[in-house]
Write a protein that binds this ligand. Structure first.
Ligand code: HEM
Length: 415
């Protein structure tokens, strides 16, 4: 690594397997808040941005720090890949605004609020099935269930499809974990998939599924998200490829991230029994505590922008074309913004975390939904728990992008 970095290697997926290397981020925030970070070839390296206020600057100034001219992940894409793999995430205004509008009402506070009772019923049925098991994997029995079932509902696709959708989403996003995907991007040759999202062959199955759903909506339109995407395509707002990429984005973004918030939140509560007790004794604290669960979980480690002109950030010159990577997992623990950031405090207020992004046009479309799902799950779960403890080792996903738990064996008693 470079002189300023010592052993620090933020790009290596292995760096996150045991745990997030928080001490690296703390060191960078204090000593080198904007620093050049080399990468293995064929990538050329990036600026690592680790302080809260610098992240905000980057995300608010989309004209200088574009989502469109490069990509939004560490992988460097050529023009053909960029064009073919482009979704709303990889566009700047005004095109981004057009694309986001297609679905934004469905994901507004009012749009998702309509589902509150329904989400509560699903959460109860998930818990009714899981808790009597006594000892089980919290991820597969609880965290994984709620987000995917909700997606099935707003997509109005059969709930029997949920396991397949989960597998597809996992294989695409966890494309660095050999336990989850056969096409591990940094270990096998994935050149044949270079034009697919996440360089994943699974994308083809998702596209075929999306086509079947679109054909059904063309025959019989409903009020769901896929009908909104189908109508946008009929009106010429989306071409075939953009339809596929939009569908995949929603499926992936809406599934895995919320799952990890729920798992990491539960882990934090097990590790901090006083905080768990507090929420059980005062359940009215659960809605505001959801923000601390989200901060603590930070399921997305970073996103990337590309500089469109020579500029300066934190006193460091950035050249046009440079990759600029903003580390949410660092900003969420920045001492300049959070008092005692390494303390898990469910009463923390204010709690201006950047888990959904630090603002700007790409602020997470699903933030209302993720908050609602997390809040309801804990509101339903905590009053029913007599005790909960770890019953094995927590296993984390091998990824430099997703901060996630793949297995968490627990033992519970109920009240
Ligand atoms: C705790 C759960 C979630 C986390 C941590 C999360 C995180 C994020 C982040 C950090 C971004 C910003 C990307 C950027 O700046 O380039 C984002 C964007 C996005 N998220 Fe989420 N997300 C979550 C849940 C969801 C859900 C439930 C959905 C619903 C389908 C969703 C859909 C999206 C979409 C479509 C975008 C792109 C927005 C745009 O480019 O304008 N997310 N998310």
């Amino acid at each position: 690594m470079g002189d300023d970095l010592g052993d620090i290697d933020l790009a290596n997926p292995d760096s996150y397997v045991e745990r997030v290397p928080f001490e690296w981020f703390e060191h960078l925030r204090h000593e080198h808040p904007v620093v050049w970070h080399p990468e293995a070839s064929p990538n050329r390296g990036f600026w690592a941005v680790t302080r809260y206020h610098d992240l905000t600057k980057v995300h608010m100034d989309w004209e200088t720090y574009s989502s469109e001219v490069g990509a939004v992940g560490l992988e460097e894409l050529d023009d053909e890949q960029l064009e073919i793999r482009k979704s709303m995430l990889e566009t700047d205004p005004p095109r981004h605004t057009e694309l986001r509008k297609i679905c934004s009402k469905k994901f507004s506070a009012r749009g998702v609020g309509k589902y509150e009772d329904w989400i509560r019923d699903v959460a109860r049925s998930v818990l009714d099935r899981a808790l009597p098991l006594g000892a089980f994997d919290f991820v597969s029995e609880i965290s994984r269930e709620l987000p995917i079932r909700f997606l099935c509902s707003i997509f109005t696709v059969p709930h029997e499809d949920a396991p397949e959708l989960i597998t597809w989403g996992d294989q695409m996003i966890a494309n660095q974990d050999p336990d989850i995907s056969a096409a591990v991007v940094d270990r096998v040759n994935t050149e044949a998939y270079r034009l697919l999202p996440f360089r994943s062959p699974t994308a083809l199955e998702v596209f075929a599924y999306a086509d079947r759903q679109r054909d059904e909506r063309l025959a019989e339109p409903t009020d769901d998200v896929i009908t909104a995407l189908t109508a946008a395509q009929s009106e010429g707002l989306l071409n075939d490829r953009e339809f596929h990429n939009y569908f995949s984005l929603l499926m992936i973004a809406g599934n895995e991230t919320t799952r990890h918030t729920i798992s990491s939140g539960m882990l934090a509560l097990m590790e901090n029994p006083d905080q768990l007790r507090l929420l059980q004794e005062q359940p009215e604290l659960i809605p505001p505590a959801t923000e601390e669960l989200l901060r603590w979980a930070t399921p997305v480690l970073h996103f990337r922008r590309t500089a469109t002109r020579d500029t300066e950030l934190g006193g460091v010159p950035i050249a046009a074309g440079d990759k600029v990577v903003t580390w949410y997992v660092s900003a969420n623990f920045d001492e300049d913004l959070f008092v005692r950031p390494n303390m898990f405090d469910v009463t923390r207020t204010p709690n201006d975390h950047v888990t959904f992004g630090p603002g700007g046009p790409h602020f997470c479309l699903g933030a209302h939904l993720a908050r609602l799902e997390t809040k309801i799950l804990f509101q339903e779960l905590l009053p029913r728990l007599g005790s909960i403890e770890m019953a094995g080792r927590v296993e984390r996903i091998r990824s430099n992008f997703v901060n996630g738990i793949k297995r968490m064996p627990v033992r519970v008693t109920t009240r």
